[in-house]
Ligand binder design. Structure first.
Ligand code: FAD
Length: 508
């Protein structure tokens, strides 16, 4: 029986990312999917700078970036196309990640690029067009049976760990008996991708939530000539009866017709909000849509799944290398589930706000807050506890538990580089002065043990400004392999104190 370090069940974006991140750390990985190719129907169109940094870790950020268009803005409008809330962005605007705030992309193209990279790793073996059975756990590992979809004999694989990135209907989640807790949004929508034949005057250059009482519609300029419309179904409409061309053209009529565009693909979905009550059973971990589902109004479903695996992978690797106990893996769900839950709740609020605005055209009962709208003031979540210097009940400093910033730097006359490329998914400490003389021998040995890196970035070394404000305020920033900030050092909190907290999560 073939034996691997990890089996990844599901070769969607989340499984593919997990495979790439593990293989990049030298793991032997098996990836299984029943489908012969990437999922063909319309799904994700937008990801954030945090996700681009994951592609960066795999060495494909520039290639993926060339396939993307930065978002130019987004707004909530009423039935008369009047903006109620929104924002506009310059095309070259980047955020603290060093990348665009939102990259618009074509999911099948991105997934193929990701797969090509994953399969270039020596340690990756793919089992495409194979149906997986239910995983069985033993003291030595986890075993799974595979059956070729095209016919042929079944066989088994074994591994130390299994990541079930097997999608929303996750057979593994069901087999483990984990409950999928509904979070109060289950609505039917038709999603249509259209390719424009020519520029169509009047089409918005930015994404819109059109809160029209006759039909709520999401409109998204994707990449190049591709445009996305999502139509909320009204009471009595059945999605299976709505995906024919005649009905779709009727719904598209206010914007485009057959002279302007072709329908590329369409699908009916029920948008769900749900989260699994358990994400781990011993050697098996759920990730991606298997663990949580969100209505797509924030464009965060896939991003959330990718955050799962970037969180899980560094912890698995530390445990496998004997640097940490199994206990570290318990922080996977405790860190990730509240973060995912917050974003799902945000998306549900966004969906409910659309409903409320649409109804207000009839009832006159207009919302008193647009916080959940695009450009509204509801913020994105951060991690609250786990492998962090601040725990759940500590007041937030606005940095710990958030994604760290990435600047482009030139150190000691070396080539210009993005900081993540130098840190290479290791713990790292960023400061403006050499702090190593302050570190006691025990902590030095610990930092050596976990492979931590130091970056002394004086003003001249920072070619772009993403870290400037942080380094003006703090003496040092301690960053985790997934680029979340473990903690900061300033007049109130010493480096030694922070390292003691960090060390408590590891074997030393
Ligand atoms: C309309 C729409 C718009 C969206 N927009 C966005 C967006 O803009 N941004 C964003 O971040 N997210 C968005 N999302 C969400 C995003 O598309 C999903 O979260 C993401 O694709 C899920 O990836 P995954 O890898 O977790 O699961 P999947 O891509 O579903 O992969 C699971 C895989 O597991 C395989 N599998 C399952 N069971 C077995 C088995 N027993 N044997 C073998 N193979 C198996 C399946 O074949 C499948 O390929 C959107 C979703 C929708 C529907």
């Amino acid at each position: 029986m073939a034996r691997f370090d990890a089996i990844i069940l599901g070769y969607g974006p989340v499984g593919a990312m997990a495979a790439g991140l593990l293989a990049g750390r030298g793991w032997q990985v098996a990836v299984i999917d029943r489908m012969a190719d990437v999922y063909p129907l319309p799904r994700a169109v937008r990801f954030d700078g945090e996700v681009m940094r994951m592609f960066q870790e795999l060495g494909i950020a520039d290639e993926i970036n060339a396939q993307c268009t930065p978002i130019l803005g987004a707004e909530f409008v009423d039935a008369n196309n009047k903006r109620l809330e929104g924002f506009d962005l310059l095309a070259d605007l980047t955020d603290a990640s060093g990348w665009s705030i939102s990259s618009m992309f074509h999911q099948p193209l991105m997934e193929r690029t990701l797969r090509t990279r994953v399969e270039a790793f020596d340690g990756v073996t793919t089992y495409i067009s194979h149906e997986a059975g239910t995983p069985v756990q033993t003291d030595e590992g986890v075993r799974i049976d595979l059956t070729p979809v095209e016919g042929g004999a079944s066989f088994s694989l074994e591994a130390d760990y299994l990541i079930a990135a097997d999608g929303a209907s996750s057979p593994v989640r069901k087999a483990l008996g984990f409950e999928l807790v509904s979070l109060g949004y289950d609505c039917d929508w038709i999603v249509v991708d259209v390719l424009l034949k020519r520029d169509v005057p009047g089409l918005s250059a930015i994404a819109q939530q059109i809160c029209d009482p006759d039909r709520i519609v999401t409109y998204v300029p994707v990449v190049g000539m591709r445009r996305r419309w999502e139509f909320r179904l009204n009471p009595g409409e059945v999605k299976e009866a709505m995906t024919n061309d005649a009905t779709i053209w009727e719904m598209l009529k206010p914007w485009v017709g057959p002279d302007d565009a072709v329908i590329e693909r369409a699908a009916g979905y029920q948008f769900h909000a749900a989260i699994a009550d358990q994400w781990r059973d011993r050697r098996i971990f759920l990730a991606g849509d298997a663990a949580h589902q969100t209505p797509p109004f924030l464009g965060e479903g896939m991003c959330t799944g990718l955050r799962d695996v970037v969180n899980l992978v560094w912890k698995l690797d530390m445990v496998k290398r004997g640097l940490a106990d199994d206990h570290l893996l318990e922080t996977y769900q405790t860190e990730r589930a509240p973060h995912a839950l917050d974003l799902i709740d945000f998306a549900v609020e966004t969906g409910k706000l659309m409903d409320q605005i649409a109804e207000a055209h009839v009832t006159g009962d207009w919302p008193t807050s647009y916080a959940a709208a695009y450009g509204g003031d509801r913020g994105y979540p951060h991690l609250h506890g786990g492998v962090l210097a601040l725990q759940e009940n500590d007041p937030s400093d606005g940095v710990t538990g958030f994604q760290g910033a990435q600047a482009s730097v030139r150190m000691n006359g070396a080539e210009l580089a993005r900081l993540d490329d130098l840190a290479q998914a290791n713990f790292h400490i960023i400061s403006t002065q050499d702090l190593s003389p302050q570190i006691k021998d025990g902590h030095k040995a610990f930092l050596d043990f976990i492979g931590a890196k130091f970056f002394v970035l004086e003003t001249e070394a920072r070619v772009t400004p993403e870290l400037d404000a942080l380094l003006a305020k703090y003496d040092a920033i301690i960053v985790r392999p997934d680029r979340y900030v473990f903690g900061v050092v300033d007049g109130n909190t010493s480096l030694e104190d922070q390292l003691t907290k960090l060390q408590s999560h590891f074997r030393t």
